[in-house]
Write a protein that binds this ligand. Sequence first.
Ligand code: R5P
Length: 323
Amino acid sequence: MAELFDTPRKRLVIVTGRSHPELAEQVAKELDVEVLPTTIYDFASGEIYVRYNESVRGCDVFCIQSISGNVSKWLMEHFIMIDALKRASAKRITVVAPLYPYARQDKKHQGREPISARLISDLYKTAGASRLMSIDMHASQEQGFFTGPVDHLQAMPVLIDYVRTRVDLNNVTVVSPDAGRIRVAEKWANRLGGYPLAFVHKTRDTSRPNVAVANRVVGDVAGRTCVLVDDLIDTGGTIAEAVGVLKHAGAKDVLVAATHAVFSDPAAKRLSECGAREVIVTDTVPIPPDKCFPQLKVLPIAPLLARAIRQVFEEGSVTALFE
Ligand code: R5P
């Protein structure tokens, strides 16, 4: 007997906000789909309007927004986009926030502070997110902040493939710029081929934003090429200080590899003058031309994001992408 109803085919939909539309376009191209036409504008009051120009009913939607620069605005736009998808009966809404917002505020260092990274997850959930996809969150345990599945991607394979072509692999030390990234640096060292590890002892003045002091390096770096790895570069203070300490300790040269190039002022100046041979980043967030400098190498992240989106859509394995 014929079925009364055909099961409708799943439809993959990519939508994007205004913070980094180029990234969404590149992802869509990799997936051989079009970004869904969407109307977004600001009212004179500063409030944001969003409307999808086509139906998203029953769709598997990936809602991409890179939150950097005007953080509060892009975040609010992301929430509104998710709300509109929920009210338009999207079947599943995956928040794609390549740089997880407020990731560095993941714990209380002292009394009466918020845990803003947790709040962000709660807000995404309240807006209507079914699942979350992000790249190199500041701390892996932040995956637990979101109530629902989280795909935590790593840019390491993208960065390492390039770094391998730029160093003498017999003379490499992988360096963490602070104690918090040692585990990630260890993964890098293993993936590159079991290279020695070092870390910089960094201290911060918590009463002032963006002030980092690199005190000394722990580990053997003299005469070696140091690959300094970090999740994000904001003002460049951490990296510039670390490069200085490594050079002072006799490092032959230093390559910097970081996932998210936030590049708040004066990052470009600091990075171009710090003495690093090369600063290698991905384009998870937009990097305007005035933030570029001769030693900067930007690697595209869209192919990795697209592969992960395809795995989620086809109910395959995201983990397998990193094995
Ligand atoms: C710190 O824990 C992070 O991993 C980064 O190293 C840091 O937040 C970068 O900030 P900035 O570039 O302003 O020193």
